[in-house]
Design a protein around this ligand. Structure first.
Ligand code: 9D3
Length: 230
């Protein structure tokens, strides 16, 4: 059945955005997944459609009200995981992404302002997720990253060849470098082994390259070499 994504945001016009293109866009068109963006402001109850207020205890910025956020969630909630995109969250991993892809879909809540009232986070048992250690201006781009990563894993989205390659690779090494024609470009030659037709030699060269680049750039992925390994 269709994998369903709901996004709760103050900027619903940002969606589908880049998710309308490429692999994810084709899968959206074909009904493999669905996307609905809901404006949190639609659940404000006052004349001015207020969604936020000053923080108790003082300090800069504004906080999203729990009653408004809860009503927005109630309008879409079912058995899907509710994920709050926030810089305070656990860092998203490919394992998490695989889990989301295997379920019925996700409900994503995007923060703006300084945050969301803590009580609704707890009352709704939200999973709090960050996409990495840098500061965005809101959760919307993070939600798109999560969706792109999950949707490409859904059955029928990737070609069978790519899926198989991904499975056998399974993420422990960075990729070897790629080359195509021309064999000589601006005096830079493609490594001779790749032109040799010796498939065993090519496989060995690629493995060595993948290991070298992983040790150099991502020692944390290397079984023995990581800064916190051992
Ligand atoms: C004043 C302290 N700031 C925290 C570093 C407040 C703040 C900054 C930026 C609160 C929210 C945001 C907007 N970012 C997100 O909503 C966000 C995010 C991110 O900034 N980095 C990585 N992952 C994510 S997921 C959502």
């Amino acid at each position: 059945m269709t994998w369903r994504a709901d996004v709760l945001t103050l900027f619903p016009e940002m969606f589908p955005g880049p998710l309308a293109y490429s692999l994810a866009g084709r899968a959206l068109q074909s009904g493999i997944w669905s996307l609905r963006a809901t404006n949190i402001r639609d659940f404000a109850t006052d004349r001015h459609r207020t969604v936020d207020d000053a923080p108790f205890g003082g300090g800069a910025g504004m906080v999203l009200r729990p009653d408004v956020v809860d009503a927005a969630i109630a309008s879409v909630a079912d058995d899907r995981p509710l994920v709050f995109l926030t810089p305070r969250g656990r860092k998203l991993t490919q394992r998490d992404v695989r889990g989301y892809g295997e379920g019925p879909g996700v409900i994503l809540l995007c923060g703006r302002y300084e945050g969301i009232d803590q009580r609704v986070i707890e009352a709704r048992a939200m999973q709090e997720v960050s996409i990495g250690d840098y500061v965005l201006s809101g959760g919307e781009l993070a939600a798109m990253v999560l969706l792109d990563a999950a949707v490409r894993l859904l059955p029928g989205v990737m070609g069978a060849a790519e899926s198989a390659a991904e499975e056998s690779f399974s993420g422990h090494l960075l990729e070897y470098p790629h080359y195509t024609r021309p064999a000589d470009w601006q005096g830079r030659r493609v490594p001779e082994v790749l032109l040799s037709g010796d498939h065993a030699a090519i496989a060995a060269w690629r493995k060595a390259q993948a290991e070298r680049v992983t040790r150099e750039r991502r020692p944390d992925l290397w079984p023995t070499g990581g800064p916190t390994a051992g």
